[in-house]
Write a protein that binds this ligand. Structure first.
Ligand code: SAM
Length: 210
């Protein structure tokens, strides 16, 4: 018999593939995805392994300058947002997620010394309530990319980062080849790929406009 966990992982991959190929289909998957992660919120932190953020960290180390305004899309319980805030001590970090239950955990998890620089907000990465060019870095850890919105909210010369903790075995996974294709079409360049822990990551820079 197939376990509920296996069904959930399969659903996450189907939703990812559909949203990447046909972003308009996302509206069908969105309520199911939110429900899935609301249900996972109480156990999400216990599922994390020691090297879950190794690819994310490796890609962050590839940045040549410290960003001031940083977005962690699909932040879940906030681990990625805290990683960003620790690496960039002057940055303001915003974690965005669909699931209010995940965000409740993220707020509870926020260390005292990061409370003045890290915020969490409910939102959908496919329709972000932010101005064009509002962030110098938009980071994703195990999160479905919505390329049009990433390209819109990242500032000229800013970066987008995509990390997958278990590489192609990650339920929410997009190949580097597909990421490069979609990003290049939207004005990203300087692709850098990273392997760390069990996973991989890709970093890209948005071309500076004259
Ligand atoms: C696999 S979890 C990853 C959480 C966290 N980044 C981590 O690696 O621990 C994916 C997260 O993305 C959120 N998510 C999925 N689609 C989203 C969307 N369109 N906008 C915002 N958050 C989304 C889910 O609610 C979930 O918390």
């Amino acid at each position: 018999m197939i376990s509920r966990v296996a069904i959930g992982r399969r659903f996450a991959r189907i939703a990812t593939d559909a949203a990447v190929r046909h972003p308009r289909l996302w509206t069908i998957f969105r309520p199911l995805m939110r429900r899935q992660f609301d249900a996972l919120a109480p156990v999400w932190d216990s599922m994390r392994m020691e090297d879950t953020f190794a690819p994310y960290e490796a890609a962050l180390a590839g940045l040549d300058a410290e960003p001031d305004r940083v977005l962690d899309l699909g932040t879940g319980t906030g681990a990625g947002a805290f990683t960003l805030a620790r690496r960039f001590p002057s940055a303001r970090v915003l974690g965005v997620d669909l699931s209010e239950r995940m965000l409740e955990r993220a707020r509870q998890n926020t260390p005292e010394d990061l409370r003045d620089r890290v915020d969490f907000q409910r939102g959908d990465a496919s329709a972000l309530p932010f101005a064009d060019g509002a962030f110098e870095l938009a980071a994703h850890a195990n999160m479905i990319p919505f390329f049009d919105e990433v390209a819109r909210v990242v500032s000229s010369g800013g970066h987008a980062l995509f990390a997958f903790s278990s590489g192609a075995e990650t339920p929410i996974y997009v190949s580097s080849q597909r990421l490069r294709q979609e990003l290049a079409r939207r004005g990203f360049t300087d692709f850098a790929e990273f392997q760390a822990g069990r996973g991989n990551a890709l970093l890209a820079r948005k071309v500076e406009q004259a």
